[in-house]
Design a protein around this ligand. Structure first.
Ligand code: FES
Length: 591
């Protein structure tokens, strides 16, 4: 970016400018267009702020400069655009000295961080992808912490839409990944998160605030009330109850437990999205600060109370009443946890996961009970559940319908949400936590057909995959190449297995998978799959189980790549405009 400077450069004589009408300077970091119009002189960045085409090729009429590429129009005096999608064009001070035109060739805002913060607010308010990309780039370039950008976008999303949406979920998922992303991917992650929040809010009515109750009920009462209001779908009552819990200063863990208890009043509500969104909302607060709980947490209530539970679905009722099975088990499990608490050292997560993939729901519940008796905590069960759900994806049969990928995906991201929430709640006696595990186990059972026949997981046993490259860089390049083509599910799985079996850095592989997602116009589920996969991989590291989880991620992503990459082009144009230099060289340009 240009630094503030007082330097001026001679553009030419005023007579020459009058004769030619316009001149282009090549000083500083960008070409500058100097124009004469009706007795006045103006100077701009010659690169159209929309896509960088040279404004010198545009036309001027009635004090308005029109770019001839997409016909964006700009006020000559201020550089402000009449077409918001194009963005304003930077202007440069001009001085006339003894018949000569002098132009200040560099510029800078007195407070660039504040400038780009305002531009991000403008871009979010009007859903302007290019402005959002520039503002994110501008804030990062002025060393604004990524957490500050996430906070600005998250609070905008919470206030300008009547409920939590996919945009805020994507923002939070990508923000969770920032610590493992290279700098370039961090820019793309923040851009995608912000643009999806803006798109979610575009044309939506703003959220209407509600107030906490004037009383101070105890936490147990508040938890019971929130379950009650969720059951009868009374949104306002549920929001006021939750706001009261927040105002009472309940800890994040207690608030999370209260929400999980209410959300699990319905089984696998909205195919798991209700609990998944709740988990993302509390993770969002970890990122932006729990002092914003009253602004963020109530946004999940609308979906939570309106969600359709699986108990309304035939598949959960016949031929086996899975809801009744869960209810019976949920009443028994707390006592079993109390019994098993004295037993230490349980670590059969992978073995339990295999039992959870069985085809007998009663046997699955019995396996959970046996694990608890043997000392497994609720977080052990949720870890096994998440791994089992990842195996469903890793073994997803290629003969299934393409839309079935989403069925497998829903169980995995739900299981990850349950696991993250239970780690936060940190108690074995949470009724909601127990139900969350049971509902996840039954959802997993119902997707067993997705593994008939199961896809073979590459790299098992002594299989070395020697036909594939050996060095990490070539493997990662081959992986990106595979994502460039359709239906490379098995190729991608083999490359991931090869990379990890050779002991290469998982971080490099994760960065490559992130790159594969961030360069695409990815769907909501791709972001979820990537983030949930990375979170679960950290539980296992580079073991057989960890490898299976990243294979699942790669297979899912390969099934959904490539796309048009329009958003990447926007991000790239914004970055190039921000960095200066010419984007489009014009033959015969005046100088
Ligand atoms: S309007 Fe100028 S490049 Fe598109």
């Amino acid at each position: 970016m240009d630094a503030p400077s007082r330097e001026f450069m001679l553009a030419g004589s005023l007579d020459e400018l009058k004769a030619k009408g316009r001149l282009v300077l090549h000083g500083g970091h960008r070409p500058i267009l100097v124009v004469y119009d009706r007795g006045r002189v103006f100077a701009f960045d010659n690169r159209c702020p929309h896509m960088g085409f040279p404004l010198e090729r545009g036309s001027i009429e009635d004090g308005i400069l029109t770019c001839h590429w997409h016909h964006a129009r700009f006020d000559l005096e201020s550089g402000c655009t009449f077409d918001l999608w194009a963005d304003d064009v930077p202007i440069f001070p001009v001085e006339l000295r003894d018949g000569e035109v002098w132009v200040k060739t560099t510029f800078g805002d007195a407070d660039p961080a504040a400038h780009w913060r305002q531009r991000l607010a403008d871009g979010l308010a009007h859903d302007l992808g290019l402005v959002i990309a520039k503002a994110v780039h501008g804030q990062l370039a002025t060393d604004v912490p990524a957490a500050d950008i996430v906070r600005q976008v998250a609070l905008f999303g919470a206030q300008n839409r009547d409920g939590w949406g996919v945009g805020l979920t994507i923002l939070t998922a990508l923000a969770n990944l920032l610590p493992v992303l290279p700098e370039e991917e961090a820019y793309l992650a923040l851009f995608h998160g912000a643009r999806r929040v803006a798109a979610d809010c575009d044309g939506e009515p703003p959220r209407r605030e509600r107030a906490p109750l004037g009383s101070q009920p105890d936490p147990v009462t508040l938890k019971r009330w929130l379950r009650r209001w969720t059951n009868v779908r009374h949104r306002e009552a549920a929001e006021r109850t939750l706001l009261t819990a927040i105002a009472a200063g309940l800890s994040p863990a207690v608030l999370a437990d209260t929400l999980v208890a209410a959300a699990t009043e319905r089984a696998f509500a909205d195919t798991g999205h209700s609990l998944d969104f709740i988990n993302k909302a509390v993770e969002c607060l970890d990122l932006i600060g729990w002092e914003h709980a009253a602004a963020v947490l109530p946004t999940v209530v609308g979906q939570m109370v309106a969600a359709r539970g699986a108990e309304e679905s035939t598949a959960w009722r016949q031929p086996v009443d899975l809801v009744a099975l869960c209810e019976q088990a949920a009443s028994e499990l707390p006592q079993l946890f109390a019994t098993g608490r004295g037993v230490h050292g349980w670590s059969d997560h992978a073995a339990l996961a295999r039992e959870l993939l069985g085809d007998d729901p009663v046997g699955i519940v019995d396996a959970l009970k046996a694990a608890i008796r043997a000392g497994a905590a609720s977080t052990d069960l949720s870890r096994s559940l998440a791994y089992a759900a990842a195996l469903r994806v890793a073994r997803f049969g290629n003969a299934n319908e393409h839309s079935d990928w989403e069925t497998a995906h829903h169980v995995f991201t739900y299981a990850n949400a349950v696991d993250q929430m239970l780690k936060r709640i940190g108690t074995a006696n949470s009724h909601g936590a127990v139900r969350g595990i049971l509902h996840g186990a039954m959802a997993l059972y119902l997707t067993r057909y997705l593994n008939v026949p199961p896809a073979r997981i590459p790299g098992e046993g002594d299989e070395q995959l020697d036909d594939l490259p050996a060095d990490a860089e070539t493997i990662c390049a081959a992986l990106l190449d595979a994502f460039d083509r359709q239906r490379q599910v098995d190729v991608a799985a083999r490359l991931v297995a090869r990379h990890l079996k050779l002991g290469h850095s998982p971080q490099a592989l994760i960065a490559t998978l992130a790159r594969a997602v961030l360069r695409e116009d990815a769907g909501f589920h791709a972001y979820q799959m990537l983030e949930a996969g990375v979170r679960q991989f950290t539980e296992w590291d580079n073991t057989d189980e960890g490898r299976h989880i990243l294979i699942a991620v790669a297979r899912y992503l390969a099934a959904h790549s490539p796309t048009e990459r329009a958003a990447l082009q926007t991000a790239d144009i914004a970055r190039r405009l921000m960095r200066g230099g010419e984007l489009h060289q014009e033959e015969g340009a005046s100088s």
